[in-house]
Each structure stands twice: as C-alpha cells, then as structure tokens.
Design a protein around this ligand. Structure first.
Ligand code: AMP
Ligand code: ZN
Length: 131
C-alpha cells in the first residue's frame, strides 16, 4: 500500500486539513510555503492520466474550496496549484495529488522556467498537440 493510502487509512499520522467521502487534504510534511497542502482522492490512482473524470472533478472542486479557505485564513500574496505527473516531472509519491502552495512576495521558491527562446516551431507543435 502506498504512503498516501496509509495516511488515508489512518495507518500513519498526518495533519488533515479536509476530508469527505472521496477526498482528503493534508499538510505537506515538507512545507514549501506556509500552509502547503496536498489534496488527493481516497482511491488510489497513480496520476492525472489514470484518475477518472468524476474523481478528478471531486479533487479539483476541493482544491478550489481549499484555495479559497487558505487565501482567506493564511492571506498569502499568491497561490500555486501544481500537479507533478511521473518521475520526469518530479512526482515522488505515486498516488495522484494536487499541491496548493501559498506564495509570499520575495519567498525563495523557484519553479524552473528557463527561457527557451522559441526553441520549437509553434505551427508544428500545434499540429502535434491537436492530432
Ligand atoms: P510529489 O513530489 O508531487 O509527488 O509530492 C509529494 C509530496 O508529498 C512532497 O511534497 C512530500 O513532502 C510530501 N510527503 C511525503 N510524505 C509525506 C507524509 N508522510 N505526509 C505529508 N506529506 C508527505
Ligand atoms: Zn495510494
């Protein structure tokens, strides 16, 4: 059983922010920003490519509500909502989850956004993406 399934089953401790029949939200053990929260389905799906639409909708609905709640109570300057899919994208726990990361002016969080200077032909990319 994966670590998040164990948390959902209360086999290992966590700081639960929210829970309903289908969704759980916990504080990330390693707070990238004050209030960093992980939202996940109770059922185990590996990633966004595996989770069915109805479960995805429930998770994202909770993500919106929790973003509003965190915004109201924590009062960050901004919020990042992030999902990492597969190891190449930085996924370390293979149970689908969404990060809500409160952001503050001058915090030191850097997401990698190198300037690729139009490395690709956008018409070719568009054709590929839409095929
Ligand atoms: P990701 O890299 O997108 O798969 O995110 C996994 C996240 O889970 C990381 O930010 C970890 O800090 C967090 N994490 C790992 N183990 C635990 C745990 N036991 N309780 C809470 N958060 C955890
Ligand atoms: Zn799991």
């Amino acid at each position: 059983m994966c670590i998040f399934c164990k948390i959902i089953n209360n086999e290992i401790p966590s700081k639960k922010v929210y829970e309903d029949d289908d969704v759980v939200a916990i504080l990330d053990i390693s707070q990238a920003g004050y209030g960093h929260t992980l939202v996940m389905p109770k059922k185990h799906y590996e990633n966004i490519l595996e989770i069915p639409d109805n479960e995805y909708s429930k998770v994202m609905s909770a993500v919106k509500k929790l973003s509003e709640k965190i915004n109201k109570n924590v009062k960050p300057d901004g919020i990042n909502v992030i999902n990492n899919t597969n190891e190449a994208a930085g996924q370390t726990v293979m149970h689908y989850h969404v990060h809500i990361i409160p952001r503050f002016k001058d915090d030191d969080i850097r997401f990698i956004t190198p300037d690729h200077q139009n490395k690709y032909d956008l018409d070719e990319v568009l054709k590929k993406v839409c095929e």
